[in-house]
Design a protein around this ligand. Structure first.
Ligand code: 13P
Ligand code: SF4
Length: 305
C-alpha cells in the first residue's frame, strides 16, 4: 500500500468503527492528516473528554493515552505505539514524590501533565504548558511545589511573583540540552528571524525568545506574525508542520537535537493495526489510579477552562 492508500483505509475504518484519532502536534505530517483533532497536551485532554466516539486512538505518548482513558472511562482507548513514553514522566516515582513533599510542608503540589497517573494521585492539580500560568494563578495556594520540570516551573513562577515556588530538578531531556550558545548560532545564521520557544527550554533560552508557548501556541503565533522567518525552539516536527502550513514563510530548527524519539515512534501502520484489532495497547488502569489521577486531571480542566 502507498502512504495515500493506507491513509484512505484508516479514514474508512475509523468511520466504520466509530473511532476518533487524536494526534499530538509532534506527530508526523502523515499521522496528522488522518487525525480528527491535533493539538497540544491541553487541547488533547479537552478533546478526549468531549468526543462521543466509542473508541479513541492516541497518537502521542503514554501519559496522553492515560489522561484520555481517565477522562473517558467508558471508551476504548488505544496508545497507538505502546513503546512511546515520555522520559520526563518517569523521572519521579511515588516514594520520591513523598520524600520531596515532606521537605515542603504547606505547599500545594502541582504536577506537569507529563507525569505518570500513579504520581498524579498524590498531587493537587496537574497543568500543561498552555494552562500552567492560569491554573497556578487560580489555585488557592500561596506556596507551590512544581514537579518535575523546573524550566516550565520557573517560567510560571516568573509570572506569578506573588506566589512562592519550589521545584524538582527533572525536565525534558530534549528541550533542556538547548543552550544560549544554540540561540547565538541560530541568530547569527538567521538575523531577521523571530525566536519562538517552548517553556521546557532553559531560562537562558526562554529569556531571549520573542514568543514562549505550547506547541500549538507556537504554531498559532507563527501563522499570525508579520515576520517572515522563525527559529523554532521545540520539537523539530513543528518546523515541518509550519513549513507545510505557511509555505511563504521560512522556519529553522533551533537545534538538531530537538528531536523526540518517543514522539517519532507512531506510524500509520500502528494506527491501522489498532483499527484492525491487531496492534496498539488498550489502556486499562486500576480503579484507585483512575479515581486519584482523575481528581487531579479534572481539576486542571475546571481551573484551566
Ligand atoms: P505541549 O503541552 O505544548 O503540547 O507540550 C507537550 C510536550 O511534551 C512538550 O515537549
Ligand atoms: Fe517528553 Fe520531552 Fe518528548 Fe515532550 S519532547 S514527550 S517532554 S521527552
Amino acid at each position: 500500500m502507498t502512504t495515500h492508500e493506507l491513509q484512505q483505509e484508516i479514514l474508512r475504518l475509523k468511520k466504520e468503527k466509530n473511532v476518533c484519532i487524536l494526534a499530538h502536534a509532534y506527530q508526523s505530517q502523515a499521522v496528522l492528516e488522518v487525525a480528527d483533532y491535533t493539538g497540544d497536551s491541553y487541547g488533547l485532554s479537552v478533546q478526549a473528554a468531549k468526543t462521543d466516539a466509542a473508541g479513541v486512538i492516541m497518537c502521542g505518548v503514554r501519559f496522553m493515552a492515560e489522561t484520555c482513558k481517565i477522562l473517558s472511562p467508558e471508551k476504548t482507548v488505544w496508545l497507538a505505539n505502546p513503546m512511546a513514553g515520555c522520559p520526563m514522566a518517569e523521572q519521579l516515582d511515588l516514594p520520591a514524590l513523598r520524600a520531596l513533599k515532606a521537605q515542603y510542608p504547606g505547599y500545594a503540589t502541582v504536577a506537569y501533565i507529563n507525569t505518570t497517573s500513579a504520581l498524579k494521585t498524590e498531587c493537587d492539580v496537574c497543568v500543561t504548558s498552555s494552562s500552567a500560568v492560569n491554573i497556578c494563578r487560580a489555585l488557592d495556594a500561596d506556596k507551590i511545589l512544581f514537579i518535575p520540570d523546573p524550566n516550565l516551573g520557573s517560567y510560571v513562577a516568573a509570572q506569578l511573583p506573588e506566589k512562592q515556588f519550589a521545584f524538582y530538578h527533572g525536565g525534558c531531556p530534549r528541550h533542556m540540552i538547548v543552550s544560549a550558545a544554540d540561540v547565538a548560532r541560530a541568530h547569527a545564521a538567521h538575523p531577521a528571524a523571530e525566536l519562538l520557544v517552548h517553556p521546557e527550554c532553559r531560562a537562558e533560552v526562554v529569556a531571549q525568545a520573542d514568543y514562549v508557548g505550547s506547541t500549538t501556541g507556537i504554531m498559532a503565533y507563527a501563522k499570525k506574525s508579520a515576520a517572515r522567518e522563525f527559529i523554532i525552539g521545540t520539537e523539530n516536527s513543528i518546523v515541518e508542520h509550519l513549513s507545510f502550513d505557511c509555505p511563504d514563510k521560512s522556519f529553522y530548527p533551533l537545534a538538531v537535537q530537538l528531536t523526540c524519539m518517543n514522539m517519532k515512534l507512531t506510524t500509520l501502520p500502528d494506527i491501522y493495526r489498532c483499527l484492525l484489532g491487531t496492534g496498539g495497547e488498550q489502556i486499562t488502569l486500576p480503579d484507585d489510579i483512575m479515581a486519584g489521577a482523575g481528581r487531579c486531571i479534572r481539576r486542571m480542566v475546571e481551573l484551566g477552562g
